[in-house]
Write a protein that binds this ligand. Structure first.
Ligand code: NAI
Ligand SMILES: Nc1nc(O)c(N)c(N[C@@H]2O[C@H](COP(=O)(O)O)[C@@H](O)[C@H]2O)n1
Length: 280
């Protein structure tokens, strides 16, 4: 095995043991049978005022080095890593795993590299050969991205489709009749498309629209575990906020839900909150 490259990260076993119960890891081998839904880990970094970034379309580094290494440890144990088109456009993310020993970073081939998945129903993400995740796939340091979209958003001859296929990626099309062209894709359907393509676990990173959609009363049951990095910073109004729609019962406002099996893990200046939505 080659030595890890200079940009590879480390996440010590003494810290990993606290995270392992919440993710598909060596202690919980993936199911061997076909499944209808992957294990879903919802994971993101937030400020003290519950924001993901300073403003829409802006990337904001919130995680410190220790919690960033934790995120890459999560990436090493999930089959896929999912974001919305807004994040793909704002961040030009790498979406690979840069933990030492994992494929492309001292490991063999693409072993334990997650599949990047971008939800882009209208084909907004202008993915090119310069996009970081495409470059990483082309150089064997990440898997080719999949775009999940509505049938027809990417034409047969769309050069983005050919580009993705040239680096091992794909356009996965969903055919569904929705109330309006702006209606969200049902999360159950997105997850079943991933399961149908062999994905047994997915970590969902964001951004705001994706997270708020998933933690809404209609979808929270799809989430198996939650791992949130809280950074000791206030960003101020106007950022991308994590705050789902409110929930009412018999005319009274009630909480959306509460986490169970909660663990708080200090990592550097940050604290990482692990839990499972009640009911999952
Ligand atoms: N701090 C953190 O951990 C993270 C921060 N971010 C930040 O979040 C911001 C981006 O957030 P947003 O603008 O809210 O974008 P987003 O990444 O949530 O993408 C929104 C878009 O994704 C698609 N989408 C999402 N859910 C869908 C569904 N159910 N059906 C159909 N399409 C769906 C739609 O095209 C929608 O416009 C950026 O500033 C980024 O830097 C993003 C990820 C993690
Ligand atoms: N864990 C975490 N901490 C932050 O401070 C962040 N801004 C994010 N953002 C997410 O990570 C993606 C960037 O990943 P690469 O380093 O480019 O692989 C970004 O697109 C968000 O999904 N995450």
């Amino acid at each position: 095995m080659e030595a890890p490259t200079r940009d590879s990260l480390r996440f010590p076993a003494s810290q990993a043991q606290h995270i392992d119960p919440y993710i598909p890891s060596p202690s919980t081998p993936p199911p061997s049978n076909p499944i209808s839904k992957p294990h879903v880990t919802l994971t993101f970094a937030t400020s003290l005022d519950s924001q993901l970034s300073l403003a829409p379309g802006v990337q904001t580094a919130l995680s410190g080095p220790e919690s960033k290494a934790m995120t890459h440890y999560l990436r090493s144990w999930h089959d896929a890593i999912l974001i919305g088109a807004g994040t793909a456009i704002a961040d030009n993310p790498s979406l690979n795993c840069r933990i030492g020993g994992v494929g492309g970073y001292g490991g063999e081939g693409l072993e334990r590299q997650p599949r990047p998945v971008i939800i882009d129903p209208k084909g907004r993400w202008n993915v090119t050969a310069e996009s970081k995740c495409v470059q990483l796939a082309a150089s064997g340091r990440g898997k080719g991205p999949w775009i999940v979209t509505f049938r027809g958003a990417f034409g047969r001859e769309d050069k983005r489709r050919k580009l993705l296929e040239s680096v091992g990626g794909a356009v996965l099309e969903i055919t569904i009749v929705l109330a309006t062209t702006n209606s969200p894709m049902p999360w159950s359907m997105i997850l079943s498309v991933l399961a149908g393509n062999g994905i047994k676990s997915v970590m969902i990173e964001g951004g705001g629209t994706v997270i708020n959609g998933l933690i809404s009363p209609a979808n929270i049951r799809e989430v198996d575990s939650v791992i949130i990095t809280i950074a000791p910073v206030w960003l101020g109004k106007g950022g991308v906020q994590v705050c789902p729609d409110e929930r009412e019962q018999e005319g009274n406002k009630i909480p959306i839900g509460r986490l169970k099996d909660v663990k708080w893990l200090p990592l550097g200046d940050d604290v990482v909150l692990c839990g499972r939505p009640n009911g999952s």
